[in-house]
Design a protein around this ligand. Sequence first.
Ligand code: HEC
Length: 142
Amino acid sequence: MIKTLKVLSLLSFCAVFSLASQAQNDKQRADIEARIKPVGQACVVGDNSCGVATVASAGGARSGEDVYNAACMACHSTGAAGAPKLGDVAAWSPRLAKGMDVLHDHGVNGIPGTGMIAKGGCMSCSDEEVVAAVDYMVDGSK
Ligand code: HEC
């Protein structure tokens, strides 16, 4: 009888101990996961929930401002190759007189013989995104 009790208490001691160590392991694992999370966290393109604005978007068009910053700014903020600068009302007003359809078309298809190449060279940009970027530039240049 005494022997059985001893075995039982030994068993329960083991059980408690292993539970405790299990709990410890779970806590350690949680701690480790928390520490490595920022590194291991996959940030899928188009998923802005991870706090990083991804350049290309899998779903949903980018805003005109985003496209401008990514694909148009290089020329249109500096005036490189004679590009009309964002905010330069004098440079844009004669262009605005052509009408938005023409400006949209020139954004998407470029102007042959000038530095304005089709889509400003942004081949990953959809037509709609380029049109939005044209609108963004025009709105900021009136
Ligand atoms: C490599 C330089 C360069 C980049 C990049 C560029 N542009 Fe241009 N863009 C120009 C130049 C140069 C002109 C002026 C062309 C001319 O009329 O001689 C121009 C003119 C324009 C015009 C006026 C067209 C007209 O009919 O007067 C629009 C609209 C335009 N760009 C939109 C865009 C958009 C939108 C982007 C980005 C998606 C972009 N551009 C990127 C160089 C660039």
